[in-house]
Ligand binder design. Structure first.
Ligand code: SF4
Length: 445
């Protein structure tokens, strides 16, 4: 029996795929060991969203080979798609597995071991990679049936992206949009629910495109089917495009009691001039309309977002326009990113690149803003009853607490020495009165 260690970098989609690869390897007789242990095979599901992510991917590959020079090191995913020549020349890599080939990890390893010492190349003469940008690519079937010890599962529903935002390399690494069969998703979720999963997070590279490759959006009909699965108690959505939030979509979701009122609507900038040069297909006004629709059908929905500061050509005026827009929308949380040029993207070649000092100045202003906005949002739940999915224990300032999340993704703590009173229990959802802050990012029952 060979020992295999897996490591996932980057997004929730990679996380899901790594879990599926682990499950398939275990089912076919491999022994899964933690990544910091010595293994016969190391599998790194790489990320390439930024130059730093590329660097981290190469670092993990190096660490694996250093840990056991005899081991077979497998590099999967986005880094090998965006830098295939670099991957081929990388001495730490024995096998290259492209996106859309991960489900065959077992047969790929078998073929490698059968041909060890022969002239077969790192892509196993083309067996372990595909032309990811071939529009004829189909969705790569994968299924998880258990999530040991987890109450929440990430569920991959689609792959690929057709948006081509000018700062983003992902469409070149993940290819064109491909939606998973709705029936397969429902079956997977039913299996996971039977194995104790309470909450699912629908994820993908661009879930707002779910179904569009089959003619029309099918996200709402998928949510309706998942909402009917008895043992599932919560459905959460990962990042959404603001354009998908129509009146019909907002009202349709609000009618589904298990859909969490937590929406990550990726904005990137509050300036229309910048949005245009980012090739984002909406205006700030349209974005505000989507938020308004959600605030009409939900009480205090948790609206979170991503914002890039220092995009090439962002002037003091367009930055101020963006800042003022963010202040007006008043998000639960903003993830603030300083623009970093990504080789191979349109924006990396744009003029008027800003200094890092200026990007830092602009991002600090937004980081202070989101700190205040987040705290104010959390504060609005003090004195309210909230349903909390309790998960793991944590020690905070020397005292042990059970930590959970509300439907609006707010962290809540229950003192361990009072669990017999509060009734909070790991892996279960229960209703509690929110009493106060434990700290800025955590409330207390
Ligand atoms: S929507 Fe834009 S930012 Fe998101 S993966 Fe697609 S191209 Fe990248």
């Amino acid at each position: 029996m060979k020992n295999v260690a897996l490591h996932s970098l980057g997004c929730k989609v990679n996380r899901y795929e790594t879990d599926v690869m682990g499950q398939k390897l275990q089912e076919s007789g491999y022994n899964i060991v933690p990544f910091d242990e010595k293994a016969d095979v190391y599998i790194i599901n790489t990320c390439s969203v930024t130059a730093i992510a590329d660097h981290k991917s190469r670092q993990m590959l190096h660490r694996a080979k250093k840990k056991n020079p005899e081991a077979v090191v497998v590099a999967c995913g986005c880094y090998v798609e965006t830098d295939p020549e670099g991957a081929k020349l990388n001495e730490n890599i024995d096998i290259i597995v492209g996106n859309n080939r991960k489900a065959d990890i077992v047969s790929i390893l078998n073929l490698y071991f059968e041909n060890q010492g022969s002239a077969i190349d790192k892509c196993l003469d083309g067996y372990s990679v595909t032309d990811i940008n071939d529009p004829g690519q189909k969705y790569e079937k994968m299924e998880l049936d258990k999530m040991p010890g987890h109450t929440r599962a990430y569920i991959k529903i689609q792959d690929g992206c057709n948006q081509f935002c000018t700062y983003c390399i992902i469409p070149y690494a993940r290819g064109r949009i491909r939606s998973r069969e709705q029936e397969d998703i429902v079956n997977e979720v039913k299996l996971l629910a039977d194995n104790g999963c309470k909450e699912i997070v629908l994820t993908g590279i661009h879930i707002s495109s779910y179904g569009l490759d089959r003619g029309e959006s099918q996200l709402l009909s998928l949510l309706q089917e998942l909402n009917a699965i008895e043992k599932i108690e919560r459905i959460r959505l990962s990042s959404l495009e603001p354009r998908i939030i129509t009146k019909e979509m907002a009202e349709g979701m609000a009618a589904l009691e298990k859909v969490c009122p937590h929406f990550h609507l990726s904005l990137q900038s509050g300036s229309n001039d910048t949005l245009k040069r980012m090739n984002r297909h909406y205006t700030a006004e349209e974005y505000a309309k989507s938020v308004e629709l959600l605030r009409k059908v939900y009480e205090l929905p948790a609206i979170t977002t991503d914002v890039i500061v220092g995009f090439p050509g962002e002037t003091e005026d367009t930055y101020e326009e963006s800042r003022a827009f963010l202040e007006k929308i008043n998000f639960y949380e903003m993830h603030v990113f300083k623009y970093s040029p990504r080789k191979g993207t349109v924006a990396a070649k744009m003029e008027d690149q800003l200094t890092d000092k200026e990007k830092t100045r602009r991002s600090n202003i937004l980081l202070n803003m989101t700190k205040d906005q987040s705290k104010a949002y959390r504060e609005s739940f003090i004195g309210k009853q909230e349903k909390i999915l309790w998960e793991d224990y944590e020690t905070i300032d020397g005292k042990k607490y059970l930590i959970g999340l509300t439907t609006r993704y707010i962290r809540v703590a229950a003192p361990e020495d009072e669990l017999h009173i509060s009734g909070a229990c790991p892996g279960h959802i229960s209703d509690h009165l929110i009493k106060s802050f434990l700290r800025d990012d955590t409330l207390l029952i």
